[in-house]
Design a protein around this ligand. Structure first.
Ligand code: ATP
Length: 615
């Protein structure tokens, strides 16, 4: 059973979204998109009018027995007119394409900016994530709403202009004709629209059948499934499933075709009625008012064409309505509320060599939707220049604490203060400049090793990059590569790029943190992927790596936290123990238990190993 997703009302209507697109084109230096769209509409109506008048004018000249020269002149004028308008129209259409792509690209850039700079909690917010995913669909291709809307606006403008021109022509003949044509074309449109909307209304159902068939045919070809298919003799089961899916899909389309036939019949009947009425009126005018053949042809063609304009206006409004829903989605995503303050906050410049203090006052934090706090009533001061270790079991809240310190999350209760000022008052982007960090999940960009360390592809201090790579213990590896510091990372983008191991990547991230040289350094399990030798090397260098900075260090290996000035143990939502390694060992609490447990494991491991070797 396919569930229908509940559609919420769009925030912006058609007019507002059209204005939004016009404003983007205007401000992004693509004014010509607007001008060319209007020009294209005018040319399209002009072309239609030339075509409308060509046959009646020549017929009228023939009827009046004008000299051959004059007749040829009339024909020549129309041919030239048609050529000129068609060429101009083609020129405009070709030239409008790149501008439209540019406007769409501007929206893509805005979405990318939003995704990269939005407040961290938004990335965890379902509504924001859905809006972002939907928005990406709305900017993906030429036929996406943010580009195709220009075609709709152009066609709609042409339809409206054509409608006005034709209405003035036809009301001069018979106003009632105008009314009848609007009525029949309108009815034909609404019936057709309702019926043709069948596929749109059932698109989820159709997509489900398609997904099912694609899955089955892909699995049948999939190498990893090939063994099971053969060993377990799944071929006939697969065929049966595929036949069932195909039958369901065919039956869906048969149902849809059955519905469409009624739209066709309704359209035929209405067109027949409309033409019959037009013929009747015009024939009556020929008999009663002496309308000549050329005029008859002109008015009959105009009356039939008028229906097209009416139909076109309704159709384009409908398309615009759907595109407007997509544009509204993009706007809602771009305008998604930011829980943090950025430009409006106080500016903050990190001063080289200056040491700062961070204080957490009665800080509690609960993830949205969670039924209990991850952290409760934390009071903690990270003193200037202090090296603080945070330890605790899995899920105790260590990373969450670090996110609160770094300003990636805001407390649900309490405050985080930087030198006495609530960090919510600062521009958050400025606040982030205070931190160098190595998190558990890291991000390598498609660029060279040097660019990844400097986080910049334009200007960077190459010597400092090399020093940081050296400190992080990656120099030998980097220098062994043919392109050294200019070696590309990320094989998805660069052919021949290299793949670093987990430990090498972690060292690279450490080099990046060192290069940034911020007042605070945050290391969340920075040695988890390192081998014991590399890990011990980092511990030995820890003083040097964090010299002149305050640091927060998370680790599960308690032996590695001994060199920190203070250790806090997080347990059951709060800080349960606090002190130096020796103080905590003396206390004999959980820290001491865990430490003993780990040391025992290693000692026993060594003993077992030793025994094994002896036997
Ligand atoms: N985005 C999130 N939404 C909801 N709950 C979350 C989210 N991130 C973490 N949590 C929950 O918060 C708790 C603390 O997570 P956190 O990652 O801070 O723990 P940790 O002590 O760093 O764990 P580990 O040692 O495994 O890295 C966990 O129970 C986790 O499931």
């Amino acid at each position: 059973m396919i569930k229908k997703a509940k559609m919420s009302r769009p925030k912006y209507h058609m007019g507002q979204n059209t204005w939004f697109m016009v404003k983007i084109a205007w401000t992004s230096g693509e004014k010509k998109v607007i001008v060319l769209s209007l020009l294209s509409a005018v040319l399209s109506v002009a072309l239609n009018l030339v075509n409308l008048y060509v046959a009646p004018s020549i017929l009228s000249a023939v009827e009046r027995h004008v000299p051959v020269g004059e007749l040829m002149w009339t024909i020549g004028e129309f041919v030239l007119g048609l050529m000129f308008v068609s060429a101009a129209s083609e020129y405009v259409n070709v030239n409008t394409l790149y501008g439209r792509i540019s406007v769409r690209r501007e929206i893509v850039a805005r979405l990318n900016r939003k995704a990269a700079t939005t407040s961290y909690p938004n990335l965890d917010n379902d509504q924001f994530r859905k809006l972002m995913a939907k928005s990406r669909e709305c900017v993906k291709m030429n036929k996406s709403a943010t580009e195709a809307v220009w075609t709709t606006l152009t066609t709609l403008s042409a339809d409206l202009l054509g409608f006005l021109v034709y209405i003035s022509l036809l009301t001069s003949v018979q106003p009632i004709l105008v009314f009848i044509i609007i009525l029949t074309a309108g009815s034909s449109y609404f019936i057709g629209n309702h019926v043709n909307g069948y596929e749109y209304r059932h698109r989820e159902e159709e997509a489900e059948y398609e997904r099912h068939m694609t899955y089955l045919s892909e699995r049948a070809r999939d190498l990893s499934a090939a063994k099971d298919i053969r060993i377990f003799g799944l071929r006939s089961w697969f065929s049966e499933l595929y036949t069932k899916a195909m039958d369901a899909y065919t039956s869906f389309h048969r149902r849809a075709q059955g519905v469409y036939i009624w739209a066709k019949i309704a359209d035929l009947v209405l067109t027949f009625l409309r033409n019959a009425v037009i013929y009747w009126y015009l024939v009556r005018m020929v008999i009663k008012d002496g309308l000549d053949v050329a005029e008859f042809l002109l008015f009959f063609t105009a009356a039939s064409g008028f229906g097209e304009w009416v139909f076109g206006i309704l159709r384009e409004f409908h398309i615009l309505y759907r595109q407007s829903l997509d544009i509204s989605t993009v706007r809602e995503c771009l305008e998604f509320d930011e829980p943090f303050t950025f430009e409006a906050g106080r500016t903050l410049r990190s001063e080289r060599g200056r040491k700062y203090e961070i204080r957490l006052e009665h800080v509690s934090f609960r993830y949205p939707g969670a039924d209990k706090n991850t952290l409760t009533d934390i009071n903690l001061t990270l003193h200037p220049g202090e090296r603080l270790a945070v330890v605790g079991l899995n899920g105790a809240g260590k990373t969450t604490l670090v996110y609160l310190i770094c300003g990636l999350l805001d407390p649900t209760e309490g405050r985080v203060l930087l030198d006495g000022t609530d960090i919510r008052d600062f521009c958050r982007t400025d606040y982030y400049t205070m931190f160098s960090a190595v998190f558990q999940s890291f991000s390598l960009l498609a660029g060279t090793i040097a660019e990844n360390v400097a986080q910049n592809d334009l200007e960077f201090d190459r010597k400092r990059v090399e020093e940081c790579i050296e400190k992080a213990g990656l120099r030998a590896k980097v220098e062994s590569l043919p392109d050294g510091y200019d070696t590309y990372l990320n094989r998805e983008v660069y052919e021949g790029a290299i793949l670093l191991s987990g430990g090498e990547t972690q060292r690279l991230m450490l080099a990046r943190a060192l290069y940034k040289d911020a007042p605070f350094i945050v290391l969340d399990e920075p040695t988890a992927a390192l081998d014991p030798i590399a890990e011990s090397e980092i511990y030995q260098k820890y003083n040097e790596l964090t010299r002149g900075k305050s640091s927060v260090y998370i680790s599960h290996r308690l032996a590695s936290t001994r060199f920190c000035d203070r250790i806090i143990m997080i347990d059951g939502a709060g800080i349960s123990e606090e002190g130096t390694h020796d103080e905590l060992m003396k206390l004999g609490g959980k820290y001491a238990d865990f430490y003993e447990m780990q040391s025992k494991y290693y000692r026993e491991g060594d003993a077992d190993h030793g025994e094994e070797q002896q036997t």
